[in-house]
Design a protein. Sequence first.
Length: 268
Amino acid sequence: MMNNASGPPTDPPAPRTPAVRAEGLTVVRGPRTVLRSLEFTVPRGQITGLLGPSGCGKSTLMRSIVGTQAKVTGTLEVLGRPAGHPTLRTRIGYVTQAPSVYDDLTVRQNLDYFTAILTPGRSTSDRRQEVDRVLADVDLTSHADALAGNLSGGQRSRVSLAVALLGTPELLVLDEPTVGLDPVLRRDLWTLFHSIAADRGATLLISSHVMDEAERCHRLLLMREGEILADDTPDALRTRTGSETVEAAFLHLVDEATAAAREKETTR
């Protein structure tokens, strides 16, 4: 039985801020505007795919989010802080297109080094368990004692991913992490990405120019020539454009944008 004398009802919890919020985000490099006044949000605890052709600005946007891109204007908040804020360094895991590992160290030595930097207060045994965990996550346990310089390109990319997984990052920013990997490993990594979002509550922003990977994301940002063409779920994009696949939906949106630009030019 409800007790009406228990006092006033408590207010509902405030909605969580998005993992990333951008308004008027612009990046100019020399005479070229690389990002054009972008406005979008990345929800927490989900996988957001950043898709578009090579050269459309995906990597520049990711560098802006992690705070390594120069000449960024507009508003860009990451985990409730301005992008690049010092407190974000241990809260974000970042994987670039080029593997960022030391070739003259073994896989384990690379991870030991970065673990010591990221978790200075943890015990040696805790760090060892952490390294073992990420080695298993990226299926490199059997290569732990191999020199990074002797690995294949795909294996070196997985070492970079393992580094990004050290600790408990709230946001993972992964720039084309599956390029050059075989279909089985790509499938296994996407299973890992979904596990990280579902079980650890982390947010993942994953870029790709392979449209079939869009179907694996909770939400999509479709980019073309420095602009956001769409910010929606895969199902909503397919429904909106009457398309069977995200790739067909993307092409439909490109055609719409091209037609609108031509019409604007003719009316000037």
